[in-house]
Design a protein around this ligand. Sequence first.
Ligand SMILES: *[C@@H]1O[C@H](CO)[C@@H](O)[C@H](O)[C@H]1NC(C)=O
Ligand SMILES: *[C@@H]1O[C@H](CO)[C@@H](O)[C@H](O)[C@H]1NC(C)=O
Ligand SMILES: [Fe+2]
Length: 434
Amino acid sequence: MFPILYLLFATVLCNGEFTRPPPGKMILTRHSKSSSYPQQVHISAVGTDHMRVSWITTDKRVPSIVEYGTYSGTYDLTATGEHTSYRYFSYVSGKIHHVNIGPLLPDTVYYYRCGRVGDEFNFKTPPAVVPIEFVVAGDLGQTEWTASTLYHVNQSDYDMLLLPGDLSYADTQQPLWDAFGRFVEPYARKRPWMVTQGNHEVEAFPVLHDLHPFAAYNSRWPMPYQESGSPSNLYNSFNVAAAIHVIMLGSYTDFDSNSAQYNWVVADLAKVDRSKTPWLIVLLHVPWYNTNLAHQGEGESMRKAMEDLLYKARVDVVFSGHVHAYERFMRIYNNKADPCGPMYITIGDGGNREGLALEFEKDHKSAHLSVFHEASFGHGRLKVINGSSAHWSWHRNDDSVSTMRDELWLESLSSSSACKVGSHFVASADHYEL
Ligand SMILES: *[C@@H]1O[C@H](CO)[C@@H](O)[C@H](O)[C@H]1NC(C)=O
Ligand SMILES: *[C@@H]1O[C@H](CO)[C@@H](O)[C@H](O)[C@H]1NC(C)=O
Ligand SMILES: [Fe+2]
């Protein structure tokens, strides 16, 4: 299918940029098994040694139980979790099960079964120590282009997927959340998918007070917020392979210096021991730096509120989505190149139905800070090799093949003596104790 589309639509420009066709067709993934058969199975990391297994059944009698073990067909362990459901106008969700399992061994394949029915699935836990490989993919949706992105993602192994917002593009059509759950299941039940929310997750109706914003998102994609001391599923954090602390922020909830989110980030940063966890990575939906014509200025108020904090805490990389293209900036602080600032990467090019954001502004005031950009669908990979070194690459979807178009080696800020990263960030003083 993809090679044919390639011939029909794709044109390769002289500068090597690959112009994409209009958005690919939606793929509506249906459920063809019984009402008790687990569907939309996905897993997410909880702490460093637990996994949350989430799935949905239309049959309300199915128990929220996961049987699991390290041998196929033999389940030594059983865990019971909780279930939820939600209403949205006339739509009533199925029974949404969430079961926290563990403690689990690192870097180990577990075999599991949901609700005592259905097939056996398996996943691999992340390693206890680096090296580790993340896939980063934003603004996914559920189109032919998304299928191409995920096909490429699956061409080589990875430990965890990070998604900086905009998942299903259901846009209030709740059955599309179910279709999305089925669409991503073959991947998301095998490796932890860690997500934060974008504008397409809000789904609020200001006049109808009983429709809470983020109802579908929070019910279906809970992240480890209680475990990270956060009051809200919209922002949370977790450690991976001891060396990496990932903070998921919410672009569509309060972020000013008096907000619950801001206060939580301050407290969370203070808990990270940078001598053991040298890497600090942040994901949020709306980019703070962006030279694409799309969504200009939308991230500015959040940048003004939080950039200082992230800079002083020496965040290594900020990933965002929203803009349907790829763009990598140099290390920046306050609109200037700064060797101790985060590197900013926009990776909103997963392949949703809205298509690509094709135009970058050549005379944008941040253009001199932008190192590489291209409007093509694709995904990124971050391989953290050790405490000081990581490799980033961006892989564009050239239909049946995935082509690496951008790459660089990154040094962690904690390994730079100039950036003065001590072991603990002192929030009140806004700097590290040295
Ligand atoms: C992903 O790749 C593995 C290994 O090549 C393969 O067995 C599996 O079927 C692929 N998954 C999907 C959903 O295509
Ligand atoms: C980290 O990995 C890089 C790349 O492989 C290597 O050059 C460097 O020596 C390693 N550093 C440490 C401290 O092991
Ligand atoms: Fe968005």
